[in-house]
Design a binder for this molecule. Sequence first.
Ligand SMILES: [Zn+2]
Length: 99
Amino acid sequence: MSKIRTLGDMQNQGQQIQQPQITEEMVNSAENVECPDCGSFYIIQAFNYKLINKFVVGAPQDTVVPIPVSRCMDCLTVIDMETAIKDAADRASAKKNQE
Ligand SMILES: [Zn+2]
């Protein structure tokens, strides 16, 4: 879906990659990933804990599965990170085209 590949994606595909050198200047000039509702760029991670009944999974004990959920720290909107990252990439390329 997303064109943006993470370090994890590349490692999962068994590719030999070099750790990219990210400088402070790169970080300072980088686009923020923002909350689509309020534009805040402070995003927190919460967990939705799912209790899977032992009879459903066929195990001796119930299992708890933590589902990570990204939320805006300011307005608490649940953020679809894939969309938010794509939006940030679109903003960054729009700025680049203006230069
Ligand atoms: Zn927000």
